[in-house]
Design a protein around this ligand. Structure first.
Ligand SMILES: [Zn+2]
Length: 314
């Protein structure tokens, strides 16, 4: 029991300290609420650097494993591949004439993947280099201006937030604000990391936990806590757990005790040199089959590394 911190959702003081040290050895307290189940970073335990998202985010957050992240073009090329599975999930649900807003659009990779499947698309971003890249190289309408200054109420058919909500300090206020921008039957599509990730809970890998919790992620949602947040904000719909990373990523973590880069970590076959004579297709099919079995196993036991939400105003 901790006296000083309170649950960010239910204000309970019945908290379990998960860790007091996060990625890059930053000192910050992460708690899980014993009453409502929310896992969150105690924002009073840590001072967030000023203008972090305007300038520093990718430079400090990603470049230890991905030096490319500081170059918007290289980051865009890489994320175009990494984000495709989420675009492929969204595109079949679109009619083709929607007005879309991508909040936290970064280098514009997700916008690029869906732009030909919607009527009109706009982006919101804080990072100055990425805003310039989106405008000058991709021709997108992207800005860091407050949304209410750019758009009137009730304009959007779809608002997407791909790995953004976990960074938002006041999610209730933020979601309520986004709701005002949605048409009456508009959709909010949200993707966040799931704290029920097998690398956090199934395996006992202190190195992964030290990597997983970080100062940028203020909330560590799962399907239940995020579902409740959305419901509290008057948003209902589909909230489901998805496993993105393949079995090879988990094996890699287990043996190397460290992360791989964005694309390497998503490769579904082991990173092992093969003789030129091997039947490559059969080898890849074998690992695809392992991966299907593994994903099913994780799902059956309540694990998964992402939460995908597709919700509407009640
Ligand atoms: Zn709570």
């Amino acid at each position: 029991m901790v006296e000083t911190a309170l649950c960010a959702f239910c204000e309970s003081s019945n908290l379990k300290l998960i860790t007091d040290t996060v990625r890059f050895d930053h000192k910050a307290d992460v708690y899980q609420c014993e009453d409502c189940g929310l896992t969150f970073l105690d924002q009073s335990s840590f001072k967030f650097p000023e203008d972090f998202y305007q300038s520093d985010y990718h430079q400090t957050y990603l470049t230890h494993i991905e030096p490319d992240a500081v170059d918007p073009q290289k980051y865009f090329d890489k994320m175009l591949k990494a984000t495709r599975i989420w675009a492929d999930r969204l595109i079949p649900t679109l009619k083709g004439d929607e007005k879309v807003l991508d909040v936290g659009c970064s280098s514009g990779h997700f916008m690029s993947l869906i732009k030909d499947h919607v009527g009109e698309i706009h982006g919101s971003e804080l990072n100055q280099k990425e805003i310039a890249f989106c405008r000058e190289h991709l021709g997108f309408d992207v800005s860091d201006q407050p949304l209410e200054q750019r758009f009137g109420a009730g304009q959007f058919d779809v608002i997407t937030m791909i790995f953004v909500l976990e960074h938002i300090a006041q999610p209730v206020e933020f979601l309520n604000h986004l709701k005002t921008l949605l048409k009456p039957d508009g959709r909010l599509v949200i993707l966040v990391p799931n704290v029920k990730d097998a690398l956090v809970n199934f395996y006992d890998l202190p190195e992964f936990k030290r990597f997983y919790y970080c100062i940028e992620h203020l909330y560590y949602y799962d399907d239940k806590t995020l579902g409740r947040l959305l419901s509290d904000c008057g948003l209902r719909g589909d909230v489901q757990i998805v496993q993105e990373y393949p079995i090879t990523n988990h094996i890699n973590w287990a043996y190397t005790r460290g992360p791989s880069d964005v694309l390497a970590s998503r490769r579904g076959v082991p990173n092992v040199p093969l003789d030129a004579s091997v039947p490559l297709d059969a080898w890849e099919n074998l690992w695809a089959e392992f991966n299907r079995l593994y994903s099913r196993f994780l799902k059956e036991h309540g694990y998964g590394d992402r939460v995908w939400c597709d919700v509407r105003k009640v």
